[in-house]
Design a protein around this ligand. Structure first.
Ligand code: ADP
Ligand code: MG
Length: 863
């Protein structure tokens, strides 16, 4: 059916390519025009294009911009963009994902849309997967932009650079990185083009929403981003959000205790594990045992909410998370997450909700203090902030649906410059893992003796190390790359195509680095790639295969699998092992069986489906929070820029007065107290107020409140009043926001339990989150107004700090213009009386929320 439709309507892919090929012709037609120009004339074309942009659209000047960049690349790099690269460039400009195989020259492709879009002066971000690539690509492509008069910045953790051809730093092995001059964060962001890692772009966004003054902002608007290795960033990493946190005050001893408790529980007897869904559930026996060990009557009783929380995390840590697979322990005894698809380490990221601490306790390393979230965002939501987003990678087609659904990104498969002639051989299937690894070793040995280079991919660091031992025993010289030696991996991988090279790598190791074949290697068949097990997604397999056969090179690839591999084990491995056993297949003898390979692919598709669901789930939940974050950050920006803060304050006062006037307590004895708690009116004002007719009371209250406000402003002077307003607002907003983040975390946790009942947890989450956010708005208004009417300035030169602004200060060490020059001090006003009360109230509120939470949990568990 589908095929017929396509034939009638035309495959959209083919249509797109046809359209773009037509534009290639118009770019090619301009080639001569730019070729004839002198260097000087050529470099001045940028100004001309900028002028044209005042009247014409980006699309109208695209052919000239692309032709100009192509000619410049030819002159400064000796590389002329291939026609397919122009197609890739246009795809990126159109805000789509360009699938271009490894080695097709995506780094160069990006220069086309980057230059074109940078002409607007609104900034273009190029996002890379690691620090090395950010610097390499900026330094490399910087030559083109520099020639054309555009500036290029780089942002990586703790460092920022600007491309400067007059500056030289020869500390780097790679000459492409020699002209990067250190600069401030703002300078790097102010550049026409900024290269950087996904993490740093995201963190800077969060930090910018924590600063105290407008001149501390790093980023400009988020205009256009091109994400390199887009599948790695937007899909593989999408399940772990970025979090900026500060230590808080919960004991590490609790984790140790619970780790001990769960160690004595038996799988299937005390708890059950659902590996597919990554969940652990206690059985009734398990509950009984824990109650006995801990000496408590009812585990699900109201008082044991912390207990359940700790238990859940300890159980997960025990049953679902494995050392050297899901995480590693560094020399310093730190638990660092390993990206489950790519094998890359994710330093600085921590599992949520106490799971990280539970793993630390399980491994007996120091349990890091539980932390308080200051700011958090998922990659999905960060990258959706850009006005235009595009991406490139060798492997996107298998995830086209996800790109489309979540990011509204269309995937376009760009044809390769030369046909791919790599031979992908059918899988070899072994009964046992030991048999498989022996066979892999034998195969490597043969290739090594023949001289043909081989790249071996492993799914985990653990397997990488196992093979390392086997090869060492066989005296086969080899290089090992895993996430543990991230820095050197680029140089090592670059040599993986040389004669007799044997390279062991985890999946992502060396992604983005070009593997050039050594002399005489083509004749030997090019680079051979061995996969030591099928990965959880076909995309990751394809990525590994794609390391071979670049730019029309010869090459080959093959996967070795066993019925004991994780993927097989979970999906019908036993059955296959049984068949092999009955057939009398030896451990070392492989079978190549289409049915089994097919069923493996089926298993991969299933896992891909689960993971897609999990990521969609993250997005759906994060979307709720995202609305809150957007609203809060918008308010915060408003305060920073100080536009119309007074207008907002007046609205608050009016609103607060109106709410008071409509209070059900209006006729009660306490009402006067309730009013004066917010608006400290004097006796005569109060008398006047309470004498007004009831239908005019609201208006009278507003009038008197405004009058009081004006008096205060006259006393303090306008300038000081504005400053007080700003400080109060910022402080209260930051505190409430942090509290809200924590409440949302708890709500999220609690929602799992609601799933046990009849209601849809997501719907329930949305409903309750909405109510919490509305509560937060009301508290904000009330607290701001009340504090404003009670505050007294003590020193107008001092500035107020919040948890957020303090943390933001600590995180900007490299942006030296920010921290120097102005030192901050303690509170510059004493909100007399209120401070203590406010804290008390907030804590009572939280207590109440927790209690409600506990009761809900309890109810739903009872079902
Ligand atoms: P990808 O990111 O697509 O895997 P790279 O950007 O790393 O590929 O480029 C691979 C290699 O191809 C690099 O050595 C690069 O210099 C080279 N290359 C790319 N485009 C061209 C071109 N138009 N002409 C010559 N060499 C090119
Ligand atoms: Mg690349």
């Amino acid at each position: 059916m589908k095929k017929i439709f396509k034939r009638v309507l035309g495959d959209p892919q083919i249509r797109t390519l046809k359209r773009l090929k037509k534009r290639v012709r118009s770019i090619n037609a301009l080639e001569e025009k730019y070729h004839k120009l002198s260097d000087k004339e050529l470099s001045q074309q940028t100004i001309k294009l900028k002028k044209r942009l005042a009247k014409e659209s980006l699309d109208a000047i695209l052919p000239d911009a692309f032709a100009l960049v192509r000619e410049t690349a030819l002159r400064v790099l000796g590389q002329r963009h291939f026609d397919v690269q122009l197609i890739g460039g246009m795809t990126l400009h159109e805000g789509k994902v360009a699938e271009m195989k490894t080695g097709e020259g995506k780094t160069l492709v990006a220069t086309l849309p980057v230059f074109l879009n940078a002409l607007s002066g609104r900034g273009v971000h190029v996002v890379t997967v690691n620090d090395y690539l950010a610097q390499r690509d900026a330094g490399w492509m910087g030559q083109i932009y520099d020639f054309l008069g555009l500036s290029v910045g780089v942002i990586i953790p703790d460092q920022s650079f600007i491309y400067d051809s007059k500056f030289t730093n020869e500390n780097h092995e790679d000459p492409r990185m020699h002209h990067l001059r250190p600069c401030t964060r703002q300078e790097a962001y102010a550049a026409d083009v900024t290269y950087g890692t996904n993490n740093e772009f995201g963190f800077d966004y969060l930090r910018d929403n924590m600063v105290r003054e407008q001149n501390q902002l790093r980023q400009r608007e988020l205009n256009y981003a091109i994400v390199d290795e887009v599948d790695s960033i937007l899909i593989d990493e999408a399940r772990t959000p970025l979090i900026i946190s500060a230590p808080s005050v919960t004991s590490g001893a609790a984790y140790a205790q619970f780790s001990k408790v769960v160690r004595n529980l038996k799988r299937d007897e005390h708890y059950e594990v659902d590996e597919k869904r990554k969940a652990v559930v206690l059985t009734d026996e398990g509950v009984d045992k824990i109650e006995k060990v801990l000496g408590i009557k009812n585990l699900y009783g109201i008082d044991n909410i912390r207990t359940i929380y700790h238990l859940e995390q300890a159980l997960k840590a025990q049953a679902l998370f494995k050392l050297d697979k899901d995480y590693v322990i560094t020399k310093d005894g730190e638990v660092v997450i390993v990206d489950e698809f790519t094998g890359r380490l994710l330093p600085g990221r921590r599992y949520n909700e106490g799971l990280h601490q539970a793993i630390e306790a399980k491994e007996g390393v120091e349990v890091q203090e539980e932390s308080m979230t200051l700011a958090t965002i998922s990659f999905q939501n960060y990258f959706r902030l850009y006005e235009k987003l595009s991406g490139m990678t060798g492997t996107a087609a298998t995830e086209a649906e996800e790109f489309n659904q979540i990011y509204k990104l269309e995937v376009v498969e760009i044809p390769s410059n030369k046909p791919v002639i790599r031979v992908d051989r059918p899988d070899r299937i072994y009964r046992t893992e030991v048999g498989k690894l022996k066979a892999v070793t034998r195969e490597i040995k043969e290739l090594y003796e023949k001289g043909q280079p081989v790249l071996v991919g492993t799914a985990t660091i653990e397997k990488n190390e196992m093979l390392d031992k086997l090869l060492t025993k066989e005296k086969i010289p080899h290089q090992m790359l895993n996430a543990k030696n991230n820095e050197r991996e680029a140089t090592i991988v670059a040599k993986a195509g040389e004669k007799k090279a044997v390279t062991l790598a985890t999946n992502i190791a060396g992604r983005g680095t070009d593997i050039v074949l050594g002399k005489g290697v083509k004749e030997l068949g090019g680079l051979h790639v061995i996969g030591t097990e099928r990965n959880e997604s076909r995309r990751v397999d394809n990525q590994l295969r794609g390391r071979s056969g670049r730019q029309g090179d010869p090459g080959s690839s093959q996967f070795f699998v066993s019925t004991e591999d994780d993927l097989m084990r979970i999906f019908s491995g036993e059955r296959i092992a049984g068949i092999m056993h009955r057939l009398g297949v030896d451990d070392d003898v492989p079978i190549e069986n289409r049915v089994i390979s097919k069923s493996l692919e089926g298993a991969q598709k299933k896992v891909e489906g689960y993971n897609f669901d999990a990521r969609k789930n993250v997005v759906q939940y994060d979307d709720v929070m995202n609305r809150h974050r957007k609203a809060t950050y918008a308010m915060r920006r408003e305060i920073l820029t100080q536009v119309e803060i007074q207008k907002r304050i007046k609205l608050f006062i009016e609103e607060e007065a109106r709410v008071l006037a409509n209070s059900p307590l209006l006729l009660s004895d306490e009402f006067e107290e309730i009013v004066t708690e917010v608006f400290p009116f004097d006796e005569s004002t109060l008398d006047r107020l309470f004498d007004t007719e009831s239908d005019k009371f609201a208006e009278a209250l507003i009038r008197e409140a405004m009058e009081l406000y004006n008096v205060r402003e006259a006393t303090f002077t306008e300038d000081i009043m504005r400053k007080i307003e700003r400080d109060i607002y910022l402080q209260i907003l930051d505190n409430l926001w942090m509290q809200h983040l924590e409440n949302m975390d708890h709500l999220r946790e609690g929602i799992h339990w609601i799933g046990v009942g009849q209601r849809d947890p997501l719907v329930e989450y949305r409903r309750q989150a909405q109510r919490m956010f509305e509560d937060m708005q009301q508290t904000l208004r009330h607290d701001v107004v009340r504090t404003l009417f009670h505050a007294e300035p003590i020193d107008t030169n001092r500035a107020v700090e919040t948890e957020l602004t303090l943390a933001a200060r600590q995180s900007v060490d490299n942006a030296d213009t920010i921290t120097e020059g102005e030192e901050f001090h303690e509170t510059d006003f004493v909100p007399h009386r209120v401070a203590g009360e406010e804290r008390k109230k907030a804590s009572q509120k939280r207590k109440k929320a927790r209690k409600a939470e506990r009761q809900r949990k309890k109810k739903s568990r009872r079902k």
